[in-house]
Design a protein around this ligand. Structure first.
Ligand code: KIV
Ligand code: ZN
Length: 503
């Protein structure tokens, strides 16, 4: 397996997206997450551009270890000096210098001849190599440049000491087959290319950034430059999460892998979206909220029989806990029955049919049928049997110098029963006291708490997932007192266990 290096430029090209402006602290937070994601290189900014960019590169260079930290620099001395000044304390610094090589850029933007451009590139790389052991050279607008001119300039900068050669599709103009041919051509015709890493940097103007990057990997590229959520100039850059998951999911096709800890992908996407204020589109590959949501009845049925019927990768592989089966008017009986079971309602076929008819009527009026809707349907339909255990009294004593202790009184089939217990914390003490009364062997798998209203008298909602006899049950409790909400959630789940066992 070849290891493809992932060069993340969220903090440089990504930050060049219109409307994004991250401060040093925010960039540092993203850089820490990129280190957890295990990217090979973080392009932390363009040091000469502003004091803020300089400070970001410098702070990341000082603080983030175990990953190469890079700054962009035009092929001029002042830029390179500034980049080095910001980078010099990095464990593994990289100066990334660039100059445009297409006729249109050389003539109209730079007003320089091809020979002058080669001379500037060589001088810049030599100067950068005198300061820093790793130097990347990019030929801006490479895909609209003359291929033989590219081979010439790349050959010259390799002689001057470049360690990485980057081929940007700056304006997102290339087609995958054409980009693949360009990469092969460069590999076959650039002197010294086998001594350096070959990198690609694709923009998404025609929606082909990921396809072009992957075509390059198939044809020998060693490094892909990309951004979280595909942020970047104009339509953005190749999305890191898509490039990485394509290589991972189709490893046999690429005969390659990356060092990315894919379980950190979702967190990285959320963090970048929150800090940049740029939401991720719902149907975005890999990290969109619908990427693992199944709505069609046939799909839900297939998923419940075998997840691989409609999922080519698991939600867990990007750090999500589970796929989301959205109950709506396209859902079939199988999905509804399964959700009812998870909620603790083990109904027979006739009862399922009854509930399903009510469910379809409701789903016609509502986009999504929630768990509480389903529970209400069941209650209405079957006049639910009264809960066996009801909370009557709760007292907890806790603090930083006392052992948390809980006293609980439950009404058990109308008779009050009281117990007390100590615990590792107040919630643990409450749950132990409840266990003493119910005498059930219940394992707490998940405990979540959230505020459902705001202000000092906010309502806290506790959700628990417990396991008994191999079956999982979800319980919810709502109260302004979070300990009481915790007790109610636990009892809610326990009453479901009782109902399921009565059935
Ligand atoms: O798109 C581009 O050409 C760039 C270079 C500076 C690599 O971002
Ligand atoms: Zn770019």
């Amino acid at each position: 397996m070849r290891m493809i290096k992932i060069f993340d430029t969220t903090l440089r090209d990504g930050e060049q997206s219109a409307g994004i402006n991250l401060n040093v602290e925010e960039k540092l937070q993203i850089a820490r997450q990129l280190a957890r994601l295990n990217v090979d290189i973080i392009e932390a900014g363009f040091a000469i551009v502003s004091p803020g960019d300089f400070a970001s590169v410098q702070t990341i260079a000082r603080e983030i270890k175990g990953v190469t930290v890079c700054s962009l620099a035009r092929a001029v001395k002042v830029d390179i000096e500034r980049a080095w000044e910001a980078l010099k304390e990095a464990e593994n610094p990289l100066i990334h210098t660039f100059i445009a090589t297409s006729d249109i850029h050389m003539k109209y933007k730079l007003n320089k001849s091809p020979d002058q451009v080669v001379a500037m590139a060589v001088e810049a790389v030599k100067y950068a190599r005198g300061l820093c052991p790793n130097v990347e050279f990019s030929a801006e607008d490479a895909t609209r440049s003359d291929w033989d001119f590219l081979c010439r300039i790349f050959g010259e900068v390799i002689k001057a000491g470049a360690t990485v050669i980057n081929v940007p599709d700056t304006v997102g103009y290339a087609m995958p087959s054409e980009f693949a041919r360009l990469i092969r051509y460069l590999k076959e015709n650039t002197p010294g290319i086998d001594k350096v890493s070959l990198s690609v940097h694709c923009h998404n103007d025609l929606g082909l950034a990921v396809a072009n990057s992957l075509a390059a990997v198939e044809n020998g590229a060693d490094q892909v430059e990309c951004t979280i959520n595909g942020l970047g100039e104009r339509a953005g850059n190749a999305a890191l999460e898509e490039v990485v998951m394509a290589i991972k999911t189709r490893a046999e096709n690429f005969k390659a892998d990356t060092r990315i800890v894919t379980e950190q992908i979702y967190r990285s996407s959320r963090l970048v979206s929150t800090l940049t204020g740029k939401p991720v589109q719902h149907n975005k590959a890999i990290v969109g909220s619908n990427a693992f949501a199944h709505e069609a009845g046939i799909h839900q049925d297939g998923m419940l029989k075998n997840r691989m019927t409609y999922e080519i990768m698991t939600p867990q592989s990007i750090g999500l806990s589970q796929s989301n089966i959205v109950l709506g008017k396209h859902s079939g009986r199988h999905a509804v029955k399964n959700r009812l079971l998870e909620l603790g309602y083990n109904l027979d076929e006739l009862e399922i049919e009854q509930i399903y008819q009510r469910f379809i009527e409701l789903a016609d009026k509502k986009k999504e049928v929630t768990d509480s809707d389903l529970e209400a349907l069941v209650r209405n339909e079957f006049q639910a049997v009264a809960d066996r255990f009801e909370l009557e009294y709760l007292h907890v004593s806790t603090g930083n110098s006392t052992i948390p202790t809980a006293t609980i009184r439950l009404k058990v089939d109308e008779t009050p029963v009281q117990e007390a217990s100590c615990g590792d914390g107040p919630v643990d003490a409450v749950y132990k006291a409840i266990d003493r009364i119910t005498k059930l062997k219940v394992k707490l798998d998940e405990y979540n708490i959230k505020a459902v209203t705001s202000g000092e008298d906010a309502l806290g909602e506790v959700t628990v997932k417990v396991r008994e006899n191999g079956n999982a049950y979800i319980g919810r409790g709502l109260s302004t007192d979070i300990i009481e909400a915790s007790a109610l959630a636990y009892l809610h789940a326990i009453n479901k266990i009782i109902r399921a066992s009565n059935k």
